[in-house]
Design a protein around this ligand. Structure first.
Ligand code: FEO
Ligand code: CA
Ligand code: CA
Ligand code: CA
Length: 657
């Protein structure tokens, strides 16, 4: 059922919900650094992949093999999905897509099905939330590597009121009732479902009832704060005078897993949710750096005083953290781990370092903001799960500075060192963490082109980072033939810890090297300055990389958010990271109109690939009453519904072979 949608019917461009820079730092941006490394002449002519790889190998000390024709050596042989925009999704021939769960489907036993004209907060709090994002597959039983049965742990990032409720126009917050606001709050957060495969048919389904089924929401779930900022005066509010508790979690974007089998999920654009004038609070400097404005993107402050900074000025300090919870214990309390810093976390992924310390990589998704890593003080104990519980409360947070010679320095954010002292407004480590961005500014971190997912390759140990885009235009890079800003399409970077391959790499080291893996855009357009393997096809190029996953053989799977601005739907592309087919991205899956792709996540033997389709139908002018697509139901009584799907190979087998 592939229905072509003509672009005159719908403006396919989504409204840009991100990218409102609030960093006035004068440090060179990563665009400046890359530009300086690869010279103006090379940047302008859109240098070839061969030249670029060779040059970067020489300069960055990384893989630099000259790519040969790749067909014979490539392991990714699926037929590519054509670029395009259609009302429904598309996947490579030979694969099958199953829709597992949709917005409003029951999660908790006996929850009602979605009744879109009569939705209530009570129903929503027991159903699948809106705008599913991060997906984590956690095998059952706990601690096993079972590929056929597990938990799916999924974030619900934000709500689109114009697609959720009848008669509500985009941005018309005054049209939202208290009941609708409570539905929105209950549609945020996280969900846990039990999923199982029928091996006879290679079909996945949701197990309901399940003792693991759970919803975490912004409306009702009590969370605790732990680590150095917990209980600090700046976190004390009317509803919580102790400063170590908070109701709910918001804008839960991407995430990751810990080695001890818990989930880490991010709080990203928390600034959108608060009303009141932040400049009239004692936190004015802090809130300005995080982009809080008197005009909110949500109506929550009209009905809930804690979202009005005029009434409860410290509440925003309780958001912007990484949250950890144990999905195997449905009664567990989510914990905001303040030691990992407060900013617009895209997600966080972890690796056990060769010395047993755990390293978490985490990006701050805003134009001109930074990439961080956290190194635990304690060591992971694989034989004692409980002993690892609070490892993320004690350690050192670092921010990255990228040098022109291909080196990368990790700068520690430690109170009392360098500029992180009283004279600059930091009286404790809690202050450094509450205002992580301002602390990182003072250290001279490198402003990046919106760091989204950051994740170590499990085979090579190289850490990959998706930088989604930066439309800032540098004068010397623009001429009549190149009228666009330098990085409209984003890029994929490699951060390379010292040491041998894989487990021999030292993720705790203070000096890495760095490299460019892919520069997004159309390689047929010299003005894009794109860089891939020389054999990338007309469907193999991508724009606006966001989320990522690795399969067990170390191949990267890149999901995009914003490709419609380049004329193609968002989706999923796969590439090898080493060998002759390095950086030969291939197009595997395409989202329906208006959607971005989140997840992606493999089961434990790579025979199932879970993807989260976020904000389907969110195109300009599209509403609940007249949506640009009714994916995935195509039922006139149903609006478009964000959904998690699972992709399997027809007849079974590893995805991507
Ligand atoms: Fe929520 Fe940065 O994507
Ligand atoms: Ca998103
Ligand atoms: Ca994202
Ligand atoms: Ca994004």
């Amino acid at each position: 059922m592939t229905r072509k949608c003509t672009l005159t019917e719908y403006d396919p461009l989504p409204v840009d919900d991100d990218d409102h820079p609030s960093n006035s730092s004068s440090e060179p941006t990563i665009g400046d650094v890359i530009f300086a490394r690869y010279s103006r002449r090379e940047a302008l002519k859109g240098f070839s992949a061969v030249a670029a790889l060779s040059m970067m190998g020489a300069m960055g000390g990384a893989v630099a093999a000259r790519p040969a024709r790749a067909e014979s050596a490539a392991s990714l042989t699926f037929p590519e999905v054509p670029h395009g925009m259609t009302e429904t999704h598309a996947v490579a021939d030979g694969y099958e897509v199953q829709t597992l769960i949709r917005w409003g489907d029951p999660v908790i036993a006996d929850a009602p099905s979605l009744d879109p004209l009569n939705q209530t907060a009570e129903a929503q709090g027991s159903q699948w939330g809106y705008n599913n994002d991060y997906v984590g597959f956690m095998p059952l039983p706990a601690g096993s590597q079972n590929a056929d049965h597990g938990l799916l742990c999924v974030n619900f990032e934000y709500t689109n009121h114009h697609l959720m409720f009848t008669g509500v126009a985009r941005g018309k917050l005054e049209e939202l009732s208290d009941k609708q606001v409570d539905v929105e709050m209950a549609a945020h957060g996280h969900g846990v479902i039990e999923v199982i495969r029928d091996n006879a048919t290679n079909t996945w389904s949701v197990v309901n009832p399940s003792k693991y089924a759970r919803r975490i929401t912004a409306l009702e779930t009590e969370c605790v704060l732990s680590g150095p900022a917990a209980g600090h005066d700046r976190l004390k509010t009317k509803s919580d005078p102790t400063g170590d508790k908070v109701i709910g979690t918001i804008n839960n974007c991407a995430g990751g897993k810990t080695p001890w089998g818990t989930i880490l999920f991010a709080e990203e654009n928390f600034h959108y949710y608060f009303g009141g004038d932040p400049e009239q609070t004692s936190e004015a400097q802090n809130y300005k750096r995080y982009g809080l404005k008197p005009k909110s993107r949500y109506a929550w402050s009209r009905y809930h005083d804690r979202f009005d900074v005029a009434k409860d000025p410290n509440e925003p300090n309780k958001f912007g953290w990484m949250v950890e919870f144990d999905p195997y214990d449905p009664a567990s309390t989510p914990v905001k781990r303040t030691a990992l810093g407060r900013f617009k976390h895209e997600g966080a992924t972890t690796v056990v370092n060769k010395d047993g310390r755990v390293v978490a990589y985490t990006g701050d998704d805003q134009r001109f903001d930074y990439v961080y890593k956290f190194v635990t003080k304690g060591r992971f104990d694989p034989s004692d799960r409980e002993a690892n519980r609070d490892l993320l409360d004690d350690g050192t947070l670092y921010v990255a500075k990228f040098h022109e010679d291909g080196k990368l320095s990790w700068l520690p954010l430690v109170y009392g060192t360098g500029p992180l002292i009283k004279e600059n407004g930091f009286a404790s480590q809690a202050d450094v963490l509450i205002e992580t961005r301002r602390a990182a500014d003072l250290l001279g971190a490198t402003p990046m082109d919106r760091p989204e997912d950051v994740e170590p390759n499990p085979v090579t140990g190289v850490v990959y980072m998706n930088l989604t885009n930066n439309t800032r235009r540098q004068e010397e890079q623009v001429d009549a033939a190149n009228p666009r800003a330098s990085n409209k399409h984003g890029h994929v970077m490699e951060m390379i810890p010292p040491g041998g391959k894989g487990p021999d790499k030292d993720h705790a080291a203070s000096e890495f090297t760095w490299n460019i893996f892919v520069l997004g855009g159309d390689p047929a357009k010299p003005e894009d300055g794109a860089k891939y393997h020389a054999d990338v096809t007309e469907n193999g190029w991508l724009s606006a990389p966001d989320n990522m996953a690795f399969d067990r053989t170390g191949r990267i799977w890149i999901a995009t958010d914003g490709a419609p601005k380049a004329g193609l739907a968002d989706g999923l592309w796969a590439a090898e990271t080493e060998g002759p087919a390095r950086a030969l991205t291939r197009h595997f899956y395409r989202t329906p109109l208006g959607a971005e792709l989140c997840g992606p996540e493999f089961n434990t033997d790579d025979t199932a690939l879970f993807v989260a389709v976020q904000h389907p139908g969110d195109t300009k002018g599209s509403t609940f009453d007249a949506p640009s697509t009714r994916w995935p139901d195509f039922d006139e009584s149903m609006p478009p519904r964000p959904s998690v799907q699972v992709i399997v190979k027809k007849g079974g087998g590893v995805v991507g072979t």
